[in-house]
Design a protein. Structure first.
Length: 204
């Protein structure tokens, strides 16, 4: 009996067989996918100021979200664990709530400005109060976002880490955020839920 592939889902492997891509996928798993963070991956994470999150609840209902902060706000603990802070938000706790039901977490870091490459990290998440994770990992950063303290931390134990190739990653130039608020722009709480009025801008 052949040994099943160590990476990827059963659905992936079924489609690979059906579409004739199993050999190509096997090379990718062997050459690109790791069950830990290489030194290059750890360095890459330390330079990133944003990450996209994928979670699902116990029924498989999915949610995609986004986190941002100063470069290095996602803290590399070691080759097998990373952690990021959860700050006060809208109180819904969609991502963290999903992790309570289903701890599997997917993270995607993308460098849009320099090397135009991405890093996927999939693994198992655990939620910690700030004081509890600091007790376990005293090296946790103390001033992740000036003036803001985390309500909790998400620690991810890495199961898969692999590249997202640069082919279709757009180039984006960093720019300072405009000062002040555009008076013609709807407030966040009204942006997608309140009908547009004549003084609100329209876009093609």
């Amino acid at each position: 009996m052949s040994t099943p592939p160590s990476f990827g889902s059963a659905g992936e492997h079924r489609l690979q067989q059906q579409l004739g891509t199993a050999d190509r996928a096997a090379r990718f798993y062997d050459q690109q996918v790791r069950s830990y963070l290489t030194p290059e991956m750890r360095d890459f994470i330390g330079r990133q100021a944003m990450v996209f999150l994928a979670t699902a609840d116990s029924h498989g209902e999915c949610d995609a979200s986004f986190r941002a902060g100063p470069p290095g706000f996602v803290h590399v603990i070691d080759a097998h664990r990373i952690a990021y802070p959860e700050f006060r938000g809208n109180g819904v706790m969609a991502s963290a709530g999903n992790m309570i039901e289903n701890p599997h977490l997917g993270m995607l870091f993308v460098d849009f400005t320099h090397h135009h490459v991405g890093l996927h990290i999939n693994g198992v998440a655990h939620l910690y109060h700030d004081r509890d994770l600091r007790h376990i990992h005293p090296g946790l950063p103390t001033d992740v976002a000036p003036g803001r303290g985390p309500e909790m931390w998400v620690q991810l134990t890495v199961e898969e880490a692999y590249i997202h190739c640069s082919k279709h990653i757009p180039h984006l130039e960093p720019a300072p955020r405009p000062a002040g608020r555009d008076a013609a722009r709807p407030k966040d709480s009204e942006y997608f839920t309140t009908p547009r009025t004549a003084h609100w801008p329209s876009f093609p």
